[in-house]
Design a protein around this ligand. Structure first.
Ligand code: UT7
Length: 333
């Protein structure tokens, strides 16, 4: 597939940040009516990372990751000309955490905004950032995906709380003279008719009638797990097949399939249904749980650390989540 644009885009400075504190299934067994066996079998999760809410925030974890991204890309904060912070767990909606991050790292007055697309957030952010660089309007965009899901789950709700953890990932998207480098194809979608499958209500009046008797606290995530599961399994296959078809790529041309870590059974179903090679689908949900917008960046950073992302490689990145939303991004690195 050939791209007729004036600029290419390099994905550099791949980084991630996770809190130090580990919450194991055994820890959850002590506070919930659950078991290590149930959690492993139904989700593949063994442990997850949890912030200390007194000391850490979405902005601080996101900033840690972005600083590492800048170091790895050999850049200063003032080299950025846009910051996109993808999250559903910012402390406030105004100001955006992106503005506070920009100020804290010394990048003002760059434009900065939060992007809300739940678990698809980081892939939405990469697609938006790449398009802005490729258009020639921006040179250097910092994209962060970071969620502190443990701050918005009710630890009395065993069906939701066991799934989630906290993490951040980030990349720097930079203008590159090679026009064939960057995003070869991207797709994003949303179907708000399914919003009530996964939502974070701020007020009781926003709760739909079918959930009126649900005792989960206001301000905590409500989820109809089976509906989200079904959506994700079908969409996973659809977006990967669409990406392959639109680019003319074959599974063998792709060196890594980077997937949002929702539930190992969802990833396994995709591997089997599409016929993806297991050794090119990184799974780390066992160690981090589902970290929403953080997960794709953590997978990318692991692959980077292992030397599994080489110049010229083709990588397909996919995510799905609340909204309902989905996104894919096919890259030539
Ligand atoms: O990024 C988007 C975020 N959301 C997701 O990724 C969610 C996708 N969905 C899922 O991953 C799965 O639906 C879950 C892991 C959330 C649940 O797994 P499931 O196989 O769909 O279980 P279920 O909700 O159908 O529940 C089966 C049983 C129920 O008991 P009964 O009614 O069969 O007696 C639940 O009460 O398992 C029970 N259960 C638990 N048991 C032990 C639910 N949660 C737990 C638990 N420990 N933590």
């Amino acid at each position: 597939m050939s791209l007729s644009t004036a600029f290419g885009v390099r994905m550099s400075g791949i980084a991630s940040a996770v809190p130090d504190r580990v919450l194991t299934n055994a820890d959850l067994e002590r506070i919930l009516d659950t078991s290590d066996e149930w959690i492993r079998q139904r989700t593949g999760i063994v442990e997850r990372r949890v912030v200390d809410g007194e000391r850490e925030s979405q902005a601080s974890l996101a900033m840690r990751s972005l600083r590492t991204s800048l170091d790895r890309a050999g850049l200063k904060p003032s080299d950025l000309d846009l910051i996109i912070n993808c999250t559903v767990t910012a402390e406030m909606t105004c100001p955006s955490n992106a503005c506070r991050i920009a100020a804290e790292i010394g990048a003002t007055p760059v434009p900065a905004f939060d992007l809300v697309a739940a678990c698809s957030g980081f892939v939405y952010g990469i697609n938006v950032g790449e398009s802005l660089v490729r258009s020639g309007r921006f040179r250097t965009v910092g994209v962060i995906g970071c969620d502190l899901m443990t701050q918005v789950v009710d630890y009395e709700d065993r069906s939701v709380s066991i799934l989630f953890g906290d993490a951040a990932g980030s990349v720097i998207l930079r203008r590159d003279p090679d026009t064939q480098r960057g995003c070869l194809y991207q797709a994003m979608g949303a179907d708000g008719r399914g919003w009530h499958s996964l939502y974070l209500p701020r007020r009781a009046r926003e709760i739909p009638p079918e959930d009126a008797d649900n005792p989960i606290r206001i301000g905590c995530l409500r989820m109809h797990g089976r509906e989200v599961y079904k959506f994700a399994v079908n969409k996973f296959r659809e977006v990967i097949e669409d990406a392959l078809e639109k680019t003319g790529l074959k599974v063998d041309d792709v060196s890594q399939f980077v997937c949002h870590q929702m539930n190992v059974r969802i990833i396994d179903a995709a591997i089997e249904r599409i016929g993806l090679p297991r050794d090119r689908v990184r799974i780390n949900i066992d160690r981090y749980g589902n970290t929403s917008a953080g997960s794709v960046g953590v997978v990318l950073d692991e692959l980077r650390g292992d030397g599994a992302l080489r110049e010229g490689d083709i990588v397909i990145i996919v995510a799905f989540g609340g909204g309902l939303t989905w996104a894919s991004s096919v890259w030539r690195l």
